[in-house]
Design a protein around this ligand. Sequence first.
Ligand SMILES: Nc1ncnc2c1ncn2[C@@H]1O[C@H](COP(=O)(O)OP(=O)(O)O)[C@@H](O)[C@H]1O
Ligand SMILES: O=C(CO)[C@@H](O)[C@H](O)COP(=O)(O)O
Length: 498
Amino acid sequence: MSYVIGVDLGTSAVKTLLMDRSGVIAAEATRSYPLFHDRPSWSEQRPEDWVTATLEAMKEVASAAGIDAAAIEGISFSGQMHGLVLLNDKGEVVRPAILWNDTRTTEQCREIEKVLGDKLLSVTRNPALEGFTLPKILWVRQHEKELFDQAAIFLLPKDYVRYRLTGQLHMDYSDAAGTLMLDVAGKVWSKEVLEAFQLADSFCPPLVESHGLVGTLLPEIAAATGLSAGTKVFAGGADNACGAIGAGILSEGLTLSSIGTSGVILSYENDKEKDFGGKVHFFNHGKENAFYAMGVTLAAGYSLSWFKKTFAPNESYDEMLAGVEQVKPGSNGLLFTPYLVGERTPHADPNIRASFIGVDGTHERIHFARAVMEGITFSLNESVDMFRQAGKTVDKVVSIGGGAQNPAWLQMQADIFNATVVSLENEQGPGLGAAMLAAYGCGWFESLEACADQFVKHADSYEPNPQAVETYASLFRVYQQVYAQTKTMNDQLTAFRG
Ligand SMILES: Nc1ncnc2c1ncn2[C@@H]1O[C@H](COP(=O)(O)OP(=O)(O)O)[C@@H](O)[C@H]1O
Ligand SMILES: O=C(CO)[C@@H](O)[C@H](O)COP(=O)(O)O
């Protein structure tokens, strides 16, 4: 039997999956690493931590009982998007990576809008958001000039790990799309953007397809992990592109809902000219010459993990959520907006913060827990709503991420989205997509679709309950008012934040 490894470099941890040719998981391993918030809006990680954790997790799956490491033919990657890694001309990291959920760059976003004008949307197909990479590059140039002057090239998180594994510098289109420097439809680094910000062509790594072969493992990496030095390494993709591949979102009409740390509603798109006016993100898919549109809730699973950490620190998710399905839709009039770290879609606003509205003396912790789940799902529904308004059909949604582990949450998604929600047998979304890119790259299948037929297995299906759909439709209209009604207050509260 031959195998591939999918590496999912997430925000909280790296997860590695060893998969055989029939799409069965032979082994998995996870290693976590710290996140640093030195200031309220900052979010950074040490690239070296990613490398150490990835090597350990790869070593663990490679040494799984009964597996001949030489039979592991290929490796590919899924990575947290947008994070800035700067390297000097010796390939050394210049400063810690600035991550996707770091919002220090509002001033740089306004500068990008001013300098690029209409070109921003027509070329990069996306608005300037704090989380994207170009604003981070401009921030480092403005605030840490000495460090910036040392930087010869930039990479995204998984590209750095792959560079350390192979010695080769590359970036794939799906991840490059999240930098605001790619001509998304043309699939080249945008000369207009680079010239407008005086960035050299050599500052950007060579672009490749997600299934593209970029090299083999360096001998020292093979020795450290127990893998063969001949193991082929394929570029991989952005975590949301890989999540889509791992959920079989490879043709028009399919929608993905992902509730991880962040939350995503993603819709496959064949038409590179499709125009959402910058209201949702528009990125290259990990499938060649395909695209996807996506709305992002910054604190989706993070809202529930914050709630658990604060109010149920010694319980598991299942313990904390026991009985949540007994609480009626609407949590007895308690409404939550998940703006714990600001928001992206549909309100790109780093200052907005979360609210509980309608708290009364009858509410118990379980009502708050359900309200948090409902608020996260309402936020995702803003994107569903926008896709429908743009003429897309959203009637079947594949749900992935940690949030898909709770059946009540899957039913809630069906009721709030008013669509059939399907869960997967394998909860590994992006890691599975990464393994599929390696399997396809190795030539095991003639297309990603053929690979999906073998690797992606639907588990349960949840149909919308008409009564709950009606309740949620009314409540969603109330939810949609909270942003505008709390915005000014939150702007005023920024002065009091630590
Ligand atoms: N058993 C569970 N029930 C409900 N939600 C869960 C459960 N386990 C994890 N989650 C949610 O999933 C999130 C983690 O999802 P995951 O896909 O692992 O995140 P990431 O890859 O972004 O780090 C947690 O923050 C939590 O909100
Ligand atoms: O910023 C985005 C997408 O634009 C995030 O989706 C990140 O790519 C990482 O998310 P997690 O998988 O860690 O939740």
